[in-house]
Design a protein around this ligand. Structure first.
Ligand code: NAP
Length: 256
C-alpha cells in the first residue's frame, strides 16, 4: 500500500512538532510548507517547500498535482489569509482537511488586559498620553503604530522591521522564542515598560511576557483572534496525530 501523502502548512512550533512525529511513521509521507518569510528558518524534520501557492486556486492545484491525501493547516493563529485559502482549497478538491490551532490564552486574576480586535485598534487603545510600550506582535504589522507617534516603543521581532517606524522614539531588538518569564520580567523592568501589546497567540513559547506583565502589574493590550472559518480544529499535536490515525483508519477509507 502507498504512503499517505500529507501537506502541512507550517511556520509554527506545533507544525514542526507534528512533522517530527509524522516523520517517524512509516505509513506517512509529509511535506512541510513554509511561507518563506524568515531569513534563517529553523531546520525541519521532513522535506519542506517554501513560498506562496498563488491563492486558494494555486493551493488546490498543488494538492491535486502532488496527490495529497490530507491537508493540515498548522499555521500561526494570526495567519488568516493562508488559513482561509486552505479551507477553500480543501473544499474545491474534497481532500480531507483540519486545522491545528493552539488554545487562546485566558485572563487570570491579576491580569490587566484590554482586548482589541486588530492591530490598528491596539495602536488606538494606547491613548493620547505618552507611554513606554513593548511591542511584541511581529514585524509585519508594526507600522500601524506610526499612527501613535507620541509613545516610546521597544519593538521585538525575529527579523528586522523594514522600513523602521516613522516615530521619534523606537528601539529594536531581534530575538527568537521561546522566551522565559524571568528574562521577560527583566526586559520589562530594564526598559520601564508601562504597556505590552501582544497577540493572543496561545501556547507557551511567548507566554512569558504575559506572566511577567501580570506579576509586575503591567497593562496588556491583547489583540484577539478573529473567528476562523468553520473548520474541524484540534488544539494539540497529540490530538492532531489521533485525528490523522482516525482519518486513515480502514473504516474511514471504506467510508463507514
Ligand atoms: P498570511 O497573511 O495568512 O498569508 C499571506 C500569504 O503568504 C498567503 O496567502 C500565502 O501566499 C503565503 N503563505 C502563508 N503561510 C504559508 C505557508 N505556510 N506555506 C506557503 N505559503 C504561505 O500569513 P502571515 O501572517 O504573513 O504569516 C506567514 C507565515 O508566518 C505563516 O506560515 C505563519 O504560520 C507564520 N507566522 C505568522 C505569525 C503571525 O503573527 N501572523 C507569527 C508567527 C509565524 P499564497 O496566497 O500565494 O499561497
Amino acid at each position: 500500500m502507498g504512503k499517505h501523502r500529507i501537506l502541512i502548512l507550517g511556520g509554527t512550533t506545533e507544525a514542526r512538532q507534528l512533522a517530527t512525529a509524522l516523520a517517524e511513521r512509516a505509513d506517512c509521507d509529509s511535506l512541510l510548507s513554509l511561507a518563506g518569510r524568515t531569513a534563517e528558518p529553523m531546520a525541519q524534520p521532513v522535506p519542506t517547500r517554501s513560498g506562496g501557492f498563488g491563492g486558494s486556486d494555486g493551493l488546490a492545484e498543488f494538492l491535486k498535482a502532488e496527490n495529497f491525501d490530507l491537508l493540515i493547516d498548522a499555521t500561526h493563529p494570526f495567519a488568516a489569509r493562508i488559513s482561509h485559502n486552505a479551507a477553500i482549497a480543501a473544499s474545491i478538491t474534497g481532500i480531507p482537511f483540519f486545522a491545528l490551532r493552539r488554545a487562546t490564552w485566558k485572563q487570570e486574576p491579576g491580569d490587566r488586559w484590554t482586548s482589541v480586535r486588530s492591530v490598528p485598534e491596539a495602536a488606538n487603545a494606547l491613548g493620547t498620553v505618552r507611554k513606554r510600550v513593548f511591542l511584541a506582535i511581529g514585524r509585519q504589522e508594526a507600522f500601524h503604530f506610526e499612527s501613535a507617534p507620541q509613545h516610546g516603543y521597544l519593538i521585538r521581532s525575529v527579523d528586522p522591521v523594514t522600513p523602521q517606524l516613522g516615530v521619534p522614539d523606537a528601539r529594536y531588538i531581534l530575538a527568537t522564542g521561546p522566551f522565559e518569564e524571568a528574562a521577560e520580567r527583566e526586559l520589562l523592568i530594564d526598559n520601564q515598560i508601562e504597556v505590552i501589546v501582544a497577540k493572543n497567540s496561545g501556547g507557551t513559547a511567548t507566554y512569558g511576557k504575559i506572566a511577567a506583565g501580570r506579576a509586575l502589574g503591567i497593562a496588556v493590550i491583547m489583540v484577539e483572534r478573529q473567528q476562523p472559518d468553520d473548520v474541524r480544529t484540534v488544539e494539540t499535536v497529540k490530538d492532531a496525530l489521533g485525528l490523522v490515525d482516525h482519518l486513515f483508519s480502514p473504516e474511514m477509507k471504506r467510508g463507514v
